[in-house]
Design a binder for this molecule. Sequence first.
Ligand SMILES: [Zn+2]
Length: 269
Amino acid sequence: MIPHVPDHYCLARLTTREIAALEGDRVLVVLSVAAVEQHGPHLPIFTDAIIGEAVLSRALALREDDGRVWALPQQAYGKSNEHTGFPGTFALTAQTLAQTLREIGRSVHLSGLQRLLFLNSHGGNPEILDYVARDLRDEFGLLCFTAHPFRFGLARDIISDAEEGYGIHGGEAETSIMLAIAPELVHPEHYTVELPPVRTFMRRYTLKGPASFGWLTRDLSLSGTIGDPRGASAEKGRQLLELEAQLVAELMDEALALQLTPPTGERRA
Ligand SMILES: [Zn+2]
């Protein structure tokens, strides 16, 4: 059974009158942002969306149910042009995703709500979410947070060393989480291993890091997998999901607690 956000956290179930009655500064609206894209021969194209929803559901369950966190319907489509050329990739352009998020943020603001979190589960989205968050602060005064749980290195002690830095798509980590939450959608008989030998032709540039490049999956992989799913297990997936959910629960609390008090007084020349 794929986990879903429980009904009583779904903002979309409220009426306009109920939303108007929410205390805008005491409430955090969470938008899960994902992707619909090829995930190698063994995982469904909805993998990032399923994982995003599972992490959010579990994070909500870990927090005290204080009525202060509300989830919007998921933004399943993301910026996935790195996977064009593989059937099953349904990509928005950077511009369309940015515009969509901007308009959702504007609507959050117009609904009287002041805190928004973009909870991201796809590696191609962070730059877009980060700049839109700043624009929403500038244009509407919205406190807009972004979280990319997969960037916290939580998998480091759980997955195999060989995967570190390369198992970025359909590899051990993602496959493990899918085995934990939706094993019926995983096809181990189609596991493929592709670890692009980036270090053999470059010393400092990596696929993700302080020096990177605009790679496409088809530059690096024939199957669409970048990584090695063979070490994946449901147990590793449960551990990883729990770590991510704990992190996200804390990030939600921090986002609720932040009081930004801009400095006042005379500006020195
Ligand atoms: Zn993914």
